[in-house]
Design a protein around this ligand. Structure first.
Ligand code: ADP
Ligand code: MG
Length: 244
């Protein structure tokens, strides 16, 4: 579904991604772990073109977003990035819009579907995340867990083929992480393809079929979570795992 090869990205003199290569198959749930500053967010952001890479290729279900460092045309980039939905650590909801308006903004702007169709989907998704009663509420009145569930529903509104999560529970009080992880678990059970940057090892073990350990802009190792967490092959992985 996604093929990333030899991805390179630097900010000035800082090489943040060095030759990142991995692929994502349909229905994969991939947990990306690694210390702060290792390039996890930059890698995810590159996939949805929130960052421009310096070299390498990103291939998304049949189309190149970027090939050997050369980006596709803007229209093509837009078409490819809409195949992916992104959920951020800090929710990034629009504070001046209600929950329903947050959900409907992107599909409405696209003008490809009737409001009726869009409304049906937002209603369904609010039901799915258990927030039907909050349709007209503003984000500031929601708990962190509720906000993140809304952000997930919003990402689903455009029917993405793959969802990217960047530390979706890191900004939440511990008692609120469970409800967000549950929504993600439900999505995995529905065969949603997902890449999840997370420190929730329990979730990674239970839900992911592959874990990738990144350090200092590189993928150090990857494998089945149970195997990688219990039998890491490299010292850097061992050191990281012993700290969390
Ligand atoms: P992680 O998500 O693993 O914590 P990031 O991808 O956020 O890592 O950051 C990787 C490195 O890139 C860090 O050293 C960070 O300071 C740097 N970095 C990230 N974004 C920028 C930016 N916009 N400008 C300059 N440096 C950045
Ligand atoms: Mg990050």
């Amino acid at each position: 579904m996604i093929e990333v090869s030899n991805l390179k990205k630097s900010f000035g003199k800082l090489d943040v991604l060095k030759q990142i290569t991995f692929d994502v198959n349909k229905n994969d749930v991939i947990a990306v772990i690694g210390p702060s500053g290792s390039g996890k967010s930059t890698m995810l952001r590159s996939l949805v073109h929130l960052e421009e890479i310096n070299d390498g290729s990103i291939f998304v279900s049949g189309d190149y977003l970027v090939r050997d460092g050369i980006y596709s045309k803007p229209q093509e980039i837009k078409r490819i990035t809409t195949k992916m939905g992104m959920v951020f650590q800090h929710f990034n909801l629009f504070p001046h819009l209600t929950v329903t308006e947050n959900l409907e903004l992107a599909p409405r702007m696209k003008k490809k579907e009737s409001l009726e169709v869009i409304r049906r989907r937002s209603t369904e998704l609010l039901q799915k995340i258990g927030l039907s009663n909050w349709a007209k509420a503003y984000p500031s009145t929601l708990s962190g867990g509720q906000k993140q569930r809304v952000a997930i529903a919003r990402a689903l509104m455009t029917n993405p083929e793959i969802l990217l999560f960047d530390e979706p529970t890191s900004a939440l009080d511990p008692e609120l992480t469970g409800e967000v992880l549950q929504v993600m678990k439900d999505l995995a059970e529905e065969q949603m393809t997902m890449i999840v940057v997370t420190h929730e090892m329990g979730f990674a073990k239970e839900v992911a079929n592959r874990a990738i350990f990144m350090d200092n802009g590189e993928i150090i190792e990857s494998g089945h979570p149970a195997e990688l967490f219990t039998n890491p092959r490299f010292d850097r992985t061992k050191a990281f795992l012993s700290r969390i």
